[in-house]
Design a protein around this ligand. Sequence first.
Ligand code: AMP
Ligand code: MG
Length: 413
Amino acid sequence: MRSVVEHQAVVAALFDTPRPVRVSLPEALGLASLADVEAPLSLPGFDNSAMDGFAVRAADLADATEATPVTLPVAADIPAGRTDDLTLAPGTAHRIMTGAPMPTGADAVVPVELTDAVVGPVAAAATVTFTAPVEAGRHIRRAGSDIERGTRALPAGTVIGAPQIGLLAALGIADITVARPLRVVVLSTGSELVEPGNPLRHGQIYESNGAMLTAAATESGALGRHVHFVPDDTGDFLSRLGEVADSADLIITSGGVSAGAFEVVKDALSATGSVDFVKVAMQPGMPQGCGHFAGPRGSRVPIITLPGNPVSALVSFEVFIRPALRAAMALPAHRERVSARLGADIRSPRGKRQFLRGVLGEAQPGSGIVVNPIGPPASHHLRYLAEADALIDVPADADGVAAGSQVDVLVLR
Ligand code: AMP
Ligand code: MG
């Protein structure tokens, strides 16, 4: 039997190194930048007011006190968005709003609340009175104080999220070079499968792996696409693979790879010689396959064939596919590994690395992370999978772990 680590390496080797693609900002969400981004302009682009108030020359207010207030004529009104060049004459004030450009000659802003002016949507009065001096430079957002033109705004390898998109948009950047997101097609097999929304007959089940694995691929940063399942018929299976191969960077199949009599995936792909079917020393997820599928129009697409039991399929995705898929898109590993104290005894088959569903918590605040196993090890228990937020990683050479021991945990969130 192949070890988990060996099979992880085989799966990772199916993928090419990340390739650059230029995408618009919304499309970049969740992808990794592949080049440094330099600021094409400074932020702020011009000195502007940090407050709603009055732009002044600080020297004009030097002697202002409660007892000796200084009253200045209001010579202009500057809302945000005013684009003409204004100059503040000595001995005058300009009413100015947050984000509006500072007039030439002004060196401070006095917030409206510190003056006699009315706060709110009213026309500026003819004069404004100040009862205290203001420090030069006060309440001015200086050009370039956030980022200077020509400096690095984002280093290569940044995962683009909302804040990065905000920065790029503020810099006027409309597209960015990222690692191309991989197109992942998920194809389920099984003559017992029925599309959700249709009635079930005895012996039939709803197809759930397709939707689940597509969601997992999308959540990994890839472009997941779920295609309609095929029955256990090698002709149907191969023709559906042929249809999707040219528009996929990875094909994931579910079902039909174990030791039964109708193993459609194994039967159809063993003959091609370019997919290896192996047993991996793990539970769940022992039967695995991977290799390449030759599309009808010359494409050679990596293919990973997962077992059909839903828990096996998703655990296999977490253990083999997610890390390799993300690395192939220059994305950092998604899942954190932590050490946690086991909340209950567990048994494990010796010789197989076991991934048990668990729920993380803290016994008491500050007592460290505890993981409680939930659900039986059998691989059809979707309900416990949906409840779990961790996989407890039990080494192959252990036949059990006692409560209170430290165990390795893959955090599923
Ligand atoms: P297989 O790997 O095809 O032998 O399937 C193993 C178990 O998983 C069987 O109980 C199947 O009915 C179930 N199964 C296979 N494919 C799916 C699927 N796409 N959705 C839900 N259950 C499935
Ligand atoms: Mg099957």
